[in-house]
Design a protein around this ligand. Structure first.
Ligand code: ADP
Length: 504
């Protein structure tokens, strides 16, 4: 009989790397403590990994500091750093299957996503910045008749990267690739839910030839390992992706320690605006893809998603038809084992996230929204949730205001362009937005009025390593991706000198 997506295969491969990676070696934590890492498909333990704490962060920072202050990496030519990064990218591609399996069992990611999107994107991202490593240029400055100067762009120093669970592979390289190209050294703290691929990347970094101490990985929890990074006196910059609440804590810790530079990529509650003239079928597909988060697979098109279009505004002329079609498609959505080729949506990452989503759904019902479809757990094992759509939603409901980080869409109607803009901007966040219409003039005009860091017109989740990504408002500051991300790991030094006897 053919396997169904809900028949979970419990096959777990051998997990090769479970320790901390400090100064080029896999080591136990100083305390000897370990913690469980869980398979969200079943809720069962995959393995235990070393649990880092302040002492381990101290050791990793010591190694990174030494590698920065006295080591080869920041001192070698950009070309040479780029060459090693290219090798790193090759090794990732050679091991794509094994790494994708790690993200599937650890983060619940659809296997095909990992193989075709996340991990190839990680390798491409490395190559993009590898190509930029020897093109880091300062300026020459004429200044005056008596003085001239130039600027040097120098690596910012030792960087702490704190990353979330939603894209364990892509996030690792959103942070590490530009930092490596800049010549920084670093400590990565993967999310406690998803340490496995990060440790694999640590192993590959060594094989690629990245010198010891340049790239360290310390697994652990936010309030311990994460907090130790944010308040460390010898870390020059923290690059954080996670919730707005924790982003605030990160910034406070930076301010009260050594005023390290901070960049924050935080939560979102992104609007998707669908105008009357949109192709209904396509609009519904994009809207579903938008909200079914990074677990979704749409037909054979794969969507890489971290900025759920969870507030969907549909113009009144197509609203009723849209609701009907969205309900039909959401009900037919295949939720199940992310290894299964037919699966369109895998499990949520852990029990905490799963419970949080279900409690938001309850709250939506209590606040008076209509549950059009979904709302419940799928099966009895693991952390699977039905694609959920609410209608009769009001702007002040919690399900419209808060980031839910799950497959929950709030569907609302609008009449005029002005109303759509006002509603889209009615949020403390500003990560992303989507616009669906065949009127490109309208789309471009509305794009200018939406306060968000990225606007997708007639597409969603169209990420590219050359396209800066990062929020407005309480979605943070400091971009990932693009040349903007490289800049955030560099600092400018001005060198000024007198010039004598110039007639000019
Ligand atoms: P999410 O809701 O996506 O889990 P979090 O903001 O809680 O987002 O977590 C994102 C990352 O921040 C994780 O690696 C987590 O361990 C880390 N983190 C959580 N709390 C803190 C903290 N107090 N200081 C530093 N890092 C933290």
């Amino acid at each position: 009989m053919e396997a169904k997506p809900t028949d979970i295969t419990n096959e777990i491969p051998e997990i090769k790397f479970t320790k901390l990676f400090i100064n080029g070696e896999f080591v136990d934590s100083v305390s000897g403590k370990t913690f469980e890492t869980i398979d969200p498909r079943t809720g069962e333990v995959i393995t235990r990994v070393a649990e880092g704490d302040k002492e381990d962060v101290d050791l990793a920072v010591k190694a990174a500091r030494e590698a920065f202050d006295h080591g080869k990496w920041p001192r070698m030519s950009g070309y040479e750093r780029g060459r090693i990064m290219m090798k790193f990218a090759d090794l990732i591609e050679e091991n794509v299957e094994e790494i994708a399996i790690l993200d599937t069992i650890n983060a619940g990611k659809i296997l095909a996503h990992g193989k075709m999107l996340d991990i190839p994107f990680a390798a491409k991202n490395l190559r993009y910045y590898a190509g930029a490593a020897d093109k880091i240029h300062g300026k020459t400055l004429k200044l005056s008749q008596e003085m001239q100067g130039y600027t040097l762009l120098e690596p910012i120093g030792v960087v702490g990267h704190i990353i979330p669970w939603n894209f364990p592979s892509a996030m690792f390289f959103h942070k590490c690739a530009p930092a490596l190209a800049a010549g920084c050294t670093m400590i990565v703290k993967p999310a406690e839910q998803t340490p496995l691929s990060a440790l694999y990347y640590a192993h590959l970094s060594k094989l690629a030839g990245i010198p010891d101490g340049v790239l360290n990985v310390v697994n652990g929890f936010g309030p311990t390992t994460g907090a130790a990074i944010c308040s460390h006196m010898d870390i020059d910059k923290v690059s954080f992706t996670g919730s707005t609440e924790v982003g605030r804590v990160v910034m406070q810790a930076a301010a009260t320690s050594n005023l390290k530079v901070v960049s924050l990529e935080l939560g979102g509650k992104s609007p998707l605006i669908i105008f009357d003239d949109a192709d209904l079928e396509k609009a519904v597909d994009l809207a579903l893809l938008g909200v079914l988060y990074n677990k979704a697979r749409l037909n054979n098109k794969l969507g890489e998603i971290c900025v759920a279009g969870s507030r969907v505004y549909v113009q009144e002329g197509i609203y009723d038809a849209f609701v009907k079609k969205a309900a039909e498609k959401a009900k037919a959505w295949v939720v199940g084992d992310p290894f299964h080729p037919n699966t369109q949506q895998g499990p949520q990452v852990d029990k905490k996230q799963f419970n949080k989503i279900l409690s938001y759904i309850d709250q939506g019902i209590r606040e008076g929204a209509t549950l059009l479809t979904g709302g419940k757990q799928v099966g009895e094992k693991g952390f699977y949730i039905e694609p959920t759509i609410f209608t009769d939603v009001k702007e002040d409901m919690q399900i419209v205001k808060d980031e839910i980080f799950g497959p929950v869409m709030a569907l609302m109607k609008f009449k005029t362009v002005e109303e759509a803009i006002q509603k889209a901007n009615n949020t403390r966040y500003g990560l992303a937005a989507g616009i669906i219409t065949n009127n490109l003039n309208l789309a471009n005009t509305v794009s200018r009025s939406i306060r968000a860091g990225v606007i997708w017109i007639n597409c969603y989740f169209a990420f590219d390593f050359d396209c800066a990504f990062g929020g407005y408002k309480m979605s943070g500051f400091g971009k990932d991706l693009g040349m903007e991300a490289l800049e955030k790991y560099l600092q400018t030094k001005s060198v000024v000198t007198p010039i004598y006897n110039s007639p000019w």
